[in-house]
Design a protein around this ligand. Structure first.
Ligand code: DQA
Length: 147
C-alpha cells in the first residue's frame, strides 16, 4: 500500500480560530478527517502531521524518504523563509505538492515568494481546505501512473 505524508507547518494547529476571514473556519482535525476518508476510499496509507518547529518538519521529510511515497506540504510561513525545508524536499524523490489555503499572491508581498515551489511537482493555492483532498488525489494518481 502506498504511503502519503501530509505535513503542516507553524500556526496551522490554530486553523478554525486563526483569522477565519483568511483561512476559513475548518479546523486542522476536520481537514485530517476528510483526507483520511479519501485515503481509505482510495486505498492509501496516510500520515498527517503538524509542527511549529522547522527542525521537526525537516526530520519528517527525511523519514518520508524511508517509509513514504509522496508528500503534500503546507509549510505555513516557512514557505517564505526556509532554504532548509526546500533542501530536504529536494532530496525526496517521490511526487510532492505544496498547498496553501489562502491565495498568497493576493496578500502581502513577502508571501509572493516561495522557496518551496521550485522543488515540487504541483502547487495548490487559494482553494481553502479543499486544496488538501485535491492535492491528495493528484499524488495518488501520480503514484498510480508510475506503476
Ligand atoms: C499559508 C500561507 C502562509 O503565507 C502563511 O504564513 C500561513 C498559511 C496558507 O495556507 O495560506 O501560515 O501557508
Amino acid at each position: 500500500m502506498s504511503c502519503i505524508m501530509i505535513i503542516n507547518g507553524p500556526n496551522l494547529n490554530l486553523l478554525g480560530k486563526r483569522e477565519p476571514e483568511i483561512y476559513g473556519t475548518t479546523t486542522l482535525a476536520e481537514i485530517r478527517d476528510s483526507c483520511q476518508k479519501l485515503a481509505d476510499e482510495r486505498g492509501v496509507e496516510l500520515e498527517f502531521l503538524q509542527s511549529n518547529h522547522e527542525g521537526a518538519i525537516i526530520d519528517w521529510i527525511h523519514e518520508a524518504r524511508e517509509r513514504c511515497d509522496a508528500i503534500l506540504i503546507n509549510p505555513g510561513a516557512f514557505t517564505h523563509t526556509s532554504v532548509a525545508i526546500r533542501d530536504a524536499l529536494s532530496a525526496f524523490n517521490g511526487p510532492k505538492v505544496e498547498c496553501h489555503l489562502s491565495n498568497v499572491h493576493t496578500r502581502e508581498e513577502f508571501r509572493h515568494h516561495s522557496y518551496i515551489s521550485p522543488v515540487v511537482n504541483s502547487i495548490i493555492i487559494g482553494a481553502g481546505w479543499r486544496g488538501y483532498p485535491m492535492g491528495l488525489n493528484y499524488l495518488i494518481d501520480s503514484l498510480a501512473d508510475k506503476k
